[in-house]
Design a protein around this ligand. Structure first.
Ligand code: AHR
Length: 501
Protein backbone atom coordinates (compact mmCIF):
# COMPACT_ATOMS: atom_id res chain seq x y z
CA UNK A 1 0.00 0.00 0.00
CA UNK A 2 1.12 3.55 -0.67
CA UNK A 3 0.47 6.93 0.93
CA UNK A 4 1.18 10.21 -0.80
CA UNK A 5 1.60 13.58 0.92
CA UNK A 6 1.84 17.01 -0.76
CA UNK A 7 3.64 19.80 1.04
CA UNK A 8 3.86 23.43 0.00
CA UNK A 9 5.48 26.17 2.12
CA UNK A 10 2.71 28.58 1.08
CA UNK A 11 0.01 26.53 2.84
CA UNK A 12 0.38 27.40 6.50
CA UNK A 13 -1.79 26.35 9.47
CA UNK A 14 -0.14 28.51 12.15
CA UNK A 15 3.18 29.06 13.93
CA UNK A 16 4.39 26.25 16.19
CA UNK A 17 3.69 27.49 19.71
CA UNK A 18 6.56 26.17 21.85
CA UNK A 19 4.11 25.77 24.75
CA UNK A 20 2.79 22.67 22.98
CA UNK A 21 5.87 20.83 24.25
CA UNK A 22 4.84 21.14 27.88
CA UNK A 23 4.88 18.51 30.61
CA UNK A 24 3.44 18.03 34.07
CA UNK A 25 4.83 17.54 37.58
CA UNK A 26 2.19 16.46 40.08
CA UNK A 27 2.59 15.44 43.70
CA UNK A 28 1.61 11.93 42.66
CA UNK A 29 3.56 8.74 43.24
CA UNK A 30 7.26 9.47 42.85
CA UNK A 31 7.09 12.31 40.36
CA UNK A 32 8.36 14.85 42.90
CA UNK A 33 9.90 12.78 45.73
CA UNK A 34 12.75 10.60 44.37
CA UNK A 35 11.78 11.93 40.92
CA UNK A 36 12.89 15.52 40.44
CA UNK A 37 13.74 15.97 44.16
CA UNK A 38 15.94 13.60 46.15
CA UNK A 39 18.29 15.18 48.69
CA UNK A 40 21.23 12.86 49.20
CA UNK A 41 21.11 11.37 45.71
CA UNK A 42 24.64 11.23 44.21
CA UNK A 43 23.63 13.73 41.50
CA UNK A 44 21.54 16.03 43.75
CA UNK A 45 22.57 19.67 44.02
CA UNK A 46 22.51 21.88 47.13
CA UNK A 47 18.70 22.15 46.79
CA UNK A 48 18.19 18.39 46.59
CA UNK A 49 17.35 18.53 42.87
CA UNK A 50 18.48 15.48 40.92
CA UNK A 51 21.06 16.55 38.33
CA UNK A 52 20.59 13.43 36.19
CA UNK A 53 16.86 14.21 35.90
CA UNK A 54 17.50 17.89 35.13
CA UNK A 55 19.82 16.83 32.28
CA UNK A 56 17.17 14.53 30.84
CA UNK A 57 14.44 17.18 31.17
CA UNK A 58 16.58 19.59 29.14
CA UNK A 59 17.29 16.87 26.57
CA UNK A 60 13.57 16.10 26.32
CA UNK A 61 13.03 19.70 25.21
CA UNK A 62 10.17 20.42 27.59
CA UNK A 63 9.08 24.07 27.45
CA UNK A 64 6.43 24.48 30.16
CA UNK A 65 5.61 22.41 33.25
CA UNK A 66 2.22 22.33 34.95
CA UNK A 67 2.38 22.02 38.76
CA UNK A 68 1.40 20.82 41.44
CA UNK A 69 -1.60 18.81 40.12
CA UNK A 70 -3.79 17.27 38.93
CA UNK A 71 -6.19 15.76 41.38
CA UNK A 72 -3.68 16.60 44.11
CA UNK A 73 -4.24 20.33 43.73
CA UNK A 74 -7.95 20.12 44.55
CA UNK A 75 -7.16 19.44 48.21
CA UNK A 76 -3.86 21.33 48.42
CA UNK A 77 -3.03 24.21 50.76
CA UNK A 78 -0.20 26.01 48.99
CA UNK A 79 0.93 27.66 52.27
CA UNK A 80 1.87 24.20 53.62
CA UNK A 81 4.67 24.04 51.06
CA UNK A 82 6.46 27.32 51.77
CA UNK A 83 8.68 28.59 54.59
CA UNK A 84 11.16 26.69 56.77
CA UNK A 85 10.91 23.00 55.94
CA UNK A 86 10.95 21.96 59.60
CA UNK A 87 7.77 24.00 60.21
CA UNK A 88 5.81 22.53 57.31
CA UNK A 89 2.93 20.22 58.22
CA UNK A 90 2.66 16.63 57.07
CA UNK A 91 -0.79 15.99 55.62
CA UNK A 92 -2.87 13.25 54.06
CA UNK A 93 -3.47 13.59 50.32
CA UNK A 94 -6.81 11.90 49.65
CA UNK A 95 -6.46 12.16 45.85
CA UNK A 96 -3.67 9.56 45.72
CA UNK A 97 -3.93 8.15 49.26
CA UNK A 98 -0.47 9.32 50.22
CA UNK A 99 1.32 11.10 53.01
CA UNK A 100 2.51 14.50 51.84
CA UNK A 101 5.48 15.85 53.80
CA UNK A 102 5.44 19.22 52.05
CA UNK A 103 9.24 19.15 51.90
CA UNK A 104 8.85 20.37 48.32
CA UNK A 105 6.57 23.29 47.46
CA UNK A 106 6.16 26.39 45.35
CA UNK A 107 9.55 28.02 45.95
CA UNK A 108 11.43 24.75 45.43
CA UNK A 109 9.47 24.14 42.23
CA UNK A 110 10.33 27.61 40.93
CA UNK A 111 14.02 26.98 41.71
CA UNK A 112 13.79 23.72 39.78
CA UNK A 113 11.98 25.45 36.88
CA UNK A 114 14.76 28.02 36.55
CA UNK A 115 17.40 25.29 36.48
CA UNK A 116 15.41 23.22 33.99
CA UNK A 117 14.83 26.29 31.81
CA UNK A 118 11.07 25.80 31.69
CA UNK A 119 8.08 28.12 32.04
CA UNK A 120 5.82 27.27 35.00
CA UNK A 121 2.11 26.73 34.56
CA UNK A 122 0.61 26.95 38.03
CA UNK A 123 -2.62 25.23 38.98
CA UNK A 124 -4.72 26.53 41.87
CA UNK A 125 -7.15 24.76 44.14
CA UNK A 126 -10.76 25.54 43.26
CA UNK A 127 -11.93 22.24 44.75
CA UNK A 128 -11.76 22.66 48.52
CA UNK A 129 -10.76 26.32 48.28
CA UNK A 130 -11.72 29.48 46.41
CA UNK A 131 -11.01 32.98 45.26
CA UNK A 132 -9.26 34.31 48.38
CA UNK A 133 -6.66 31.55 48.49
CA UNK A 134 -6.10 31.95 44.75
CA UNK A 135 -5.35 35.65 44.96
CA UNK A 136 -3.23 35.09 48.07
CA UNK A 137 -1.14 32.61 46.11
CA UNK A 138 -0.85 35.07 43.22
CA UNK A 139 0.30 37.83 45.58
CA UNK A 140 2.80 35.54 47.31
CA UNK A 141 4.23 34.35 44.00
CA UNK A 142 4.22 37.46 41.84
CA UNK A 143 4.16 40.65 43.91
CA UNK A 144 7.68 42.12 44.30
CA UNK A 145 7.59 43.01 48.03
CA UNK A 146 6.14 45.34 50.66
CA UNK A 147 3.04 43.29 51.53
CA UNK A 148 2.64 40.55 54.11
CA UNK A 149 2.53 37.75 51.55
CA UNK A 150 5.24 39.01 49.22
CA UNK A 151 7.50 39.79 52.15
CA UNK A 152 6.94 36.26 53.42
CA UNK A 153 8.24 34.96 50.08
CA UNK A 154 11.27 37.24 50.33
CA UNK A 155 11.88 36.03 53.90
CA UNK A 156 11.72 32.44 52.59
CA UNK A 157 14.63 33.22 50.33
CA UNK A 158 12.85 33.97 47.04
CA UNK A 159 13.86 37.61 46.82
CA UNK A 160 12.69 38.11 43.23
CA UNK A 161 9.01 37.66 42.31
CA UNK A 162 8.38 34.40 40.48
CA UNK A 163 6.56 36.15 37.62
CA UNK A 164 4.24 33.21 36.83
CA UNK A 165 2.16 34.10 33.74
CA UNK A 166 0.03 31.03 33.16
CA UNK A 167 -2.52 29.79 35.73
CA UNK A 168 -5.03 26.94 35.69
CA UNK A 169 -8.32 27.73 37.41
CA UNK A 170 -8.66 24.38 39.18
CA UNK A 171 -8.38 20.86 37.81
CA UNK A 172 -10.97 18.52 36.26
CA UNK A 173 -13.82 20.13 38.15
CA UNK A 174 -16.33 18.04 36.16
CA UNK A 175 -15.01 14.74 37.57
CA UNK A 176 -16.89 12.87 40.33
CA UNK A 177 -13.46 11.74 41.66
CA UNK A 178 -12.40 15.34 42.17
CA UNK A 179 -12.42 16.89 45.65
CA UNK A 180 -15.01 19.65 45.40
CA UNK A 181 -16.48 18.54 42.05
CA UNK A 182 -18.90 21.15 40.76
CA UNK A 183 -21.65 21.56 38.24
CA UNK A 184 -20.74 23.59 35.16
CA UNK A 185 -22.81 26.49 36.54
CA UNK A 186 -21.10 26.42 39.93
CA UNK A 187 -17.64 26.07 38.47
CA UNK A 188 -18.24 28.61 35.69
CA UNK A 189 -19.21 31.30 38.19
CA UNK A 190 -16.34 30.52 40.56
CA UNK A 191 -13.81 30.42 37.72
CA UNK A 192 -15.08 33.73 36.31
CA UNK A 193 -14.97 35.46 39.69
CA UNK A 194 -11.49 34.10 40.43
CA UNK A 195 -10.23 35.10 36.98
CA UNK A 196 -11.63 38.60 37.39
CA UNK A 197 -10.04 38.96 40.82
CA UNK A 198 -6.68 37.75 39.48
CA UNK A 199 -6.89 40.21 36.61
CA UNK A 200 -7.41 43.04 39.09
CA UNK A 201 -3.88 42.22 40.26
CA UNK A 202 -2.44 41.70 36.79
CA UNK A 203 -4.43 42.13 33.58
CA UNK A 204 -1.87 40.26 31.47
CA UNK A 205 -2.06 36.83 33.11
CA UNK A 206 -2.97 33.89 30.91
CA UNK A 207 -5.77 31.89 32.44
CA UNK A 208 -7.04 28.39 31.72
CA UNK A 209 -10.60 27.33 32.55
CA UNK A 210 -11.27 23.64 33.16
CA UNK A 211 -12.79 21.84 30.20
CA UNK A 212 -13.82 18.19 30.29
CA UNK A 213 -11.69 15.50 31.91
CA UNK A 214 -12.21 13.39 28.81
CA UNK A 215 -14.34 13.31 25.69
CA UNK A 216 -16.33 10.45 27.21
CA UNK A 217 -17.60 12.49 30.16
CA UNK A 218 -21.42 12.55 30.12
CA UNK A 219 -21.30 16.36 30.35
CA UNK A 220 -18.78 16.79 27.50
CA UNK A 221 -19.74 19.71 25.25
CA UNK A 222 -22.43 21.06 27.55
CA UNK A 223 -19.76 21.57 30.23
CA UNK A 224 -17.52 23.64 27.91
CA UNK A 225 -20.51 25.69 26.70
CA UNK A 226 -21.71 26.61 30.20
CA UNK A 227 -18.26 27.24 31.64
CA UNK A 228 -17.33 29.48 28.72
CA UNK A 229 -20.61 31.39 28.90
CA UNK A 230 -19.44 32.51 32.35
CA UNK A 231 -15.73 32.91 31.64
CA UNK A 232 -15.41 33.82 27.95
CA UNK A 233 -14.17 37.38 28.49
CA UNK A 234 -11.77 36.61 31.33
CA UNK A 235 -9.94 33.43 30.28
CA UNK A 236 -7.61 32.63 27.39
CA UNK A 237 -7.81 28.86 27.26
CA UNK A 238 -10.19 25.98 27.89
CA UNK A 239 -8.43 22.77 28.93
CA UNK A 240 -8.76 19.25 27.52
CA UNK A 241 -7.47 15.98 29.01
CA UNK A 242 -7.13 12.59 27.31
CA UNK A 243 -5.39 9.32 28.10
CA UNK A 244 -5.22 6.29 25.81
CA UNK A 245 -4.15 2.69 26.27
CA UNK A 246 -3.97 -0.64 24.51
CA UNK A 247 -7.05 -2.75 25.28
CA UNK A 248 -6.37 -6.49 24.95
CA UNK A 249 -4.62 -6.94 21.61
CA UNK A 250 -6.59 -4.32 19.65
CA UNK A 251 -3.47 -2.68 18.24
CA UNK A 252 -5.40 -1.23 15.29
CA UNK A 253 -7.59 0.95 17.53
CA UNK A 254 -4.72 1.86 19.81
CA UNK A 255 -2.55 2.99 16.90
CA UNK A 256 -5.51 5.05 15.64
CA UNK A 257 -6.40 6.73 18.94
CA UNK A 258 -5.16 10.14 17.85
CA UNK A 259 -8.36 10.21 15.76
CA UNK A 260 -10.18 10.62 19.08
CA UNK A 261 -7.89 13.47 20.12
CA UNK A 262 -8.49 15.07 16.72
CA UNK A 263 -12.27 14.92 17.16
CA UNK A 264 -11.93 16.11 20.76
CA UNK A 265 -10.09 19.29 19.66
CA UNK A 266 -12.50 19.93 16.78
CA UNK A 267 -15.51 19.64 19.09
CA UNK A 268 -14.07 21.85 21.85
CA UNK A 269 -13.13 24.50 19.28
CA UNK A 270 -16.61 24.33 17.71
CA UNK A 271 -18.22 24.68 21.14
CA UNK A 272 -15.99 27.62 22.10
CA UNK A 273 -16.71 29.36 18.79
CA UNK A 274 -20.44 28.77 19.25
CA UNK A 275 -20.31 30.51 22.64
CA UNK A 276 -18.27 33.31 21.05
CA UNK A 277 -20.95 33.73 18.39
CA UNK A 278 -23.73 33.87 20.99
CA UNK A 279 -21.79 36.49 22.92
CA UNK A 280 -21.09 38.41 19.68
CA UNK A 281 -17.40 38.28 20.56
CA UNK A 282 -14.49 38.46 18.14
CA UNK A 283 -12.21 36.88 20.72
CA UNK A 284 -11.08 33.28 20.19
CA UNK A 285 -10.52 30.85 23.05
CA UNK A 286 -7.59 28.47 22.55
CA UNK A 287 -7.29 24.90 23.77
CA UNK A 288 -4.75 23.99 26.46
CA UNK A 289 -4.41 20.20 26.11
CA UNK A 290 -2.85 20.11 29.53
CA UNK A 291 -3.03 16.38 30.25
CA UNK A 292 -2.41 13.80 27.54
CA UNK A 293 -0.50 10.55 27.26
CA UNK A 294 -0.69 6.78 27.12
CA UNK A 295 -1.82 5.63 30.59
CA UNK A 296 -2.78 2.10 31.67
CA UNK A 297 -5.59 3.52 33.77
CA UNK A 298 -7.75 0.40 33.62
CA UNK A 299 -4.96 -1.49 35.40
CA UNK A 300 -4.72 1.26 38.03
CA UNK A 301 -8.46 1.11 38.62
CA UNK A 302 -8.24 -2.68 38.87
CA UNK A 303 -5.67 -2.31 41.64
CA UNK A 304 -2.58 -3.16 39.58
CA UNK A 305 -1.17 0.34 39.26
CA UNK A 306 0.28 0.77 42.71
CA UNK A 307 -2.38 2.96 44.36
CA UNK A 308 -1.53 2.26 48.02
CA UNK A 309 -4.03 0.74 50.44
CA UNK A 310 -2.26 2.25 53.42
CA UNK A 311 -1.14 5.86 53.68
CA UNK A 312 2.51 5.98 52.62
CA UNK A 313 4.95 8.53 51.25
CA UNK A 314 5.79 8.59 47.52
CA UNK A 315 4.54 5.12 46.47
CA UNK A 316 5.22 3.59 43.05
CA UNK A 317 1.98 4.67 41.42
CA UNK A 318 1.42 4.19 37.67
CA UNK A 319 5.09 3.59 36.90
CA UNK A 320 4.40 2.47 33.37
CA UNK A 321 7.15 0.67 31.43
CA UNK A 322 6.28 2.05 28.03
CA UNK A 323 6.59 -0.13 24.95
CA UNK A 324 7.65 0.69 21.43
CA UNK A 325 3.98 0.84 20.37
CA UNK A 326 3.25 3.30 23.19
CA UNK A 327 6.05 5.45 21.75
CA UNK A 328 4.48 5.32 18.28
CA UNK A 329 1.14 6.42 19.77
CA UNK A 330 2.79 9.29 21.66
CA UNK A 331 4.39 10.39 18.38
CA UNK A 332 0.99 10.26 16.75
CA UNK A 333 -0.66 12.31 19.53
CA UNK A 334 2.04 14.96 19.05
CA UNK A 335 1.28 14.98 15.31
CA UNK A 336 -2.37 15.68 16.14
CA UNK A 337 -1.55 18.48 18.57
CA UNK A 338 0.69 20.14 15.97
CA UNK A 339 -1.90 19.77 13.21
CA UNK A 340 -4.19 21.91 15.37
CA UNK A 341 -1.55 24.61 15.87
CA UNK A 342 -4.08 27.32 15.06
CA UNK A 343 -6.09 26.55 18.21
CA UNK A 344 -4.06 24.21 20.43
CA UNK A 345 -1.42 26.62 21.65
CA UNK A 346 -0.49 24.90 24.93
CA UNK A 347 -0.23 21.25 25.97
CA UNK A 348 1.27 19.21 28.80
CA UNK A 349 2.20 15.58 28.53
CA UNK A 350 1.25 13.92 31.81
CA UNK A 351 3.61 13.35 33.45
CA UNK A 352 7.37 14.00 33.53
CA UNK A 353 9.08 11.61 35.96
CA UNK A 354 8.16 8.10 37.23
CA UNK A 355 4.37 8.50 37.23
CA UNK A 356 2.94 8.02 33.69
CA UNK A 357 6.27 9.44 32.60
CA UNK A 358 8.90 9.99 29.94
CA UNK A 359 11.69 9.71 32.50
CA UNK A 360 12.14 6.99 35.12
CA UNK A 361 14.38 6.94 38.18
CA UNK A 362 15.38 4.64 40.98
CA UNK A 363 15.84 6.12 44.46
CA UNK A 364 19.59 6.47 44.94
CA UNK A 365 20.05 4.92 41.49
CA UNK A 366 19.99 5.83 37.83
CA UNK A 367 17.57 7.80 35.67
CA UNK A 368 16.64 6.61 32.18
CA UNK A 369 14.64 7.52 29.09
CA UNK A 370 11.43 5.61 28.49
CA UNK A 371 10.47 4.68 24.90
CA UNK A 372 8.02 7.62 24.77
CA UNK A 373 10.85 10.04 25.58
CA UNK A 374 12.20 9.72 22.04
CA UNK A 375 9.32 10.86 19.80
CA UNK A 376 8.74 13.77 22.20
CA UNK A 377 12.39 14.86 22.21
CA UNK A 378 12.73 14.59 18.43
CA UNK A 379 9.48 16.45 17.75
CA UNK A 380 10.29 19.20 20.27
CA UNK A 381 13.73 19.62 18.70
CA UNK A 382 12.72 19.63 15.03
CA UNK A 383 9.13 20.96 14.81
CA UNK A 384 9.94 24.64 14.36
CA UNK A 385 8.60 27.61 12.48
CA UNK A 386 5.14 27.07 11.06
CA UNK A 387 2.91 24.03 10.75
CA UNK A 388 2.04 23.30 7.11
CA UNK A 389 -1.34 22.30 5.79
CA UNK A 390 -0.75 18.92 4.12
CA UNK A 391 -2.73 17.05 1.52
CA UNK A 392 -2.67 13.37 2.49
CA UNK A 393 -3.79 10.67 0.13
CA UNK A 394 -3.69 7.40 2.08
CA UNK A 395 -5.56 4.08 2.15
CA UNK A 396 -7.81 3.50 5.13
CA UNK A 397 -7.67 0.95 7.91
CA UNK A 398 -10.76 -0.46 9.59
CA UNK A 399 -10.54 -0.28 13.40
CA UNK A 400 -12.97 -1.71 16.00
CA UNK A 401 -13.16 1.52 18.03
CA UNK A 402 -12.73 4.39 15.56
CA UNK A 403 -14.12 2.91 12.33
CA UNK A 404 -12.21 3.57 9.09
CA UNK A 405 -9.16 5.75 9.64
CA UNK A 406 -6.38 6.92 7.29
CA UNK A 407 -3.41 4.55 7.51
CA UNK A 408 -1.02 7.48 7.58
CA UNK A 409 -0.97 10.15 10.27
CA UNK A 410 1.21 13.10 9.23
CA UNK A 411 2.28 16.66 9.96
CA UNK A 412 5.07 18.89 8.67
CA UNK A 413 6.72 22.08 9.85
CA UNK A 414 8.75 24.66 7.98
CA UNK A 415 11.33 26.89 9.58
CA UNK A 416 11.72 29.88 7.25
CA UNK A 417 14.88 30.99 9.11
CA UNK A 418 16.85 27.79 8.52
CA UNK A 419 14.89 26.64 5.47
CA UNK A 420 14.39 23.27 7.18
CA UNK A 421 11.29 21.15 6.73
CA UNK A 422 10.47 18.41 9.25
CA UNK A 423 7.96 15.71 8.35
CA UNK A 424 6.52 13.44 11.07
CA UNK A 425 4.52 10.36 10.06
CA UNK A 426 2.97 7.28 11.64
CA UNK A 427 2.04 4.08 9.86
CA UNK A 428 -0.99 2.97 11.85
CA UNK A 429 -1.14 -0.51 10.34
CA UNK A 430 -0.46 -3.06 13.08
CA UNK A 431 1.11 -5.63 10.75
CA UNK A 432 1.88 -4.24 7.29
CA UNK A 433 4.44 -1.74 6.02
CA UNK A 434 3.38 1.31 4.05
CA UNK A 435 5.33 2.92 1.26
CA UNK A 436 5.35 6.66 1.46
CA UNK A 437 6.18 9.56 -0.82
CA UNK A 438 6.15 13.33 -0.39
CA UNK A 439 6.35 15.76 -3.26
CA UNK A 440 8.31 18.73 -1.91
CA UNK A 441 6.79 21.59 -3.88
CA UNK A 442 8.46 24.97 -3.66
CA UNK A 443 11.28 23.93 -1.32
CA UNK A 444 14.29 24.10 -3.64
CA UNK A 445 17.00 21.46 -3.11
CA UNK A 446 15.36 19.01 -0.77
CA UNK A 447 18.39 17.37 0.86
CA UNK A 448 17.63 14.77 3.50
CA UNK A 449 19.63 15.72 6.62
CA UNK A 450 18.08 13.30 9.09
CA UNK A 451 15.70 10.34 8.84
CA UNK A 452 14.74 8.37 11.96
CA UNK A 453 12.29 5.58 12.68
CA UNK A 454 10.91 4.03 15.87
CA UNK A 455 9.65 0.48 15.30
CA UNK A 456 10.35 -3.01 16.60
CA UNK A 457 9.23 -6.49 15.71
CA UNK A 458 8.64 -7.08 19.40
CA UNK A 459 5.71 -4.77 20.19
CA UNK A 460 6.31 -5.27 23.91
CA UNK A 461 9.90 -4.03 23.76
CA UNK A 462 10.48 -1.44 26.48
CA UNK A 463 13.35 0.39 28.17
CA UNK A 464 14.25 -0.75 31.65
CA UNK A 465 16.84 0.10 34.26
CA UNK A 466 18.95 -2.84 33.00
CA UNK A 467 18.34 -2.18 29.32
CA UNK A 468 17.66 1.58 29.07
CA UNK A 469 18.27 1.83 25.32
CA UNK A 470 16.23 -1.14 24.13
CA UNK A 471 13.84 1.26 22.30
CA UNK A 472 15.56 4.17 20.57
CA UNK A 473 15.13 5.86 17.18
CA UNK A 474 17.16 4.26 14.38
CA UNK A 475 18.31 5.63 11.06
CA UNK A 476 15.61 5.13 8.45
CA UNK A 477 16.86 2.44 6.08
CA UNK A 478 16.46 3.43 2.45
CA UNK A 479 14.85 6.85 2.95
CA UNK A 480 15.91 9.16 0.10
CA UNK A 481 14.99 12.18 -1.98
CA UNK A 482 14.55 11.48 -5.68
CA UNK A 483 13.85 14.30 -8.08
CA UNK A 484 12.20 16.49 -5.43
CA UNK A 485 10.25 13.61 -3.87
CA UNK A 486 10.94 12.10 -0.45
CA UNK A 487 10.54 8.31 -0.52
CA UNK A 488 10.53 5.82 2.34
CA UNK A 489 9.17 2.48 3.46
CA UNK A 490 7.35 2.82 6.80
CA UNK A 491 7.42 -0.37 8.90
CA UNK A 492 4.19 -1.61 10.51
CA UNK A 493 3.29 0.29 13.71
CA UNK A 494 6.03 2.87 13.27
CA UNK A 495 6.80 6.56 13.87
CA UNK A 496 9.20 8.32 11.50
CA UNK A 497 10.75 11.73 11.18
CA UNK A 498 12.42 13.24 8.11
CA UNK A 499 14.32 16.53 8.24
CA UNK A 500 15.13 18.20 4.92
CA UNK A 501 16.77 21.39 3.82
O1 AHR B 1 -2.20 12.83 35.53
C1 AHR B 1 -2.85 11.99 36.43
C2 AHR B 1 -4.23 12.46 36.81
O2 AHR B 1 -5.12 12.35 35.74
C3 AHR B 1 -4.37 13.89 37.23
O3 AHR B 1 -4.08 14.08 38.57
C4 AHR B 1 -5.80 14.19 36.98
O4 AHR B 1 -6.02 15.54 36.67
C5 AHR B 1 -6.18 13.25 35.86
O5 AHR B 1 -7.35 12.59 36.11
Amino acid sequence: QHARVSIDPAFVVAPVDRRVFGSFVEHMGRCVYTGIFEPGHPTADEDGLRGDVLDLVRELGVTTVRYPGGNFVSGYRWEDGVGPVEDRPTRLDPAWRTIETNAFGLDEFMGWARKAGIEPMMAMNLGTRGMQEAIDLLEYANHPSGTALSDARVAHGATEPHGIRMWCLGNEMDGPWQLGQKTAEEYGRLAAQTALAMRQFDADLQLVACGSSSRTMPTFGAWEATVLEHTYDVVDYISAHAYYQLHGDDYASFLACSVDMDRFVDQVVATADHVGARLQSDKKIDVSFDEWNVWYLEELKAGQGGLPEDWVEAPRTSEEAYTVVDAVVVGSLLITLLRHADRVTAASQAQLVNTISSIRTEPGGPAWRQSIFHPFAQTARHARGTVLDLRVDAPTLSTPVYGDVPLLDAVATHDAETGRVAVFVVNRHPSEPLSFSTALRGFGGGTLVEALVIADEDYAAANTQDDPDRVVPHEHPGARVDDGTLLAELPAASWSMFVLE
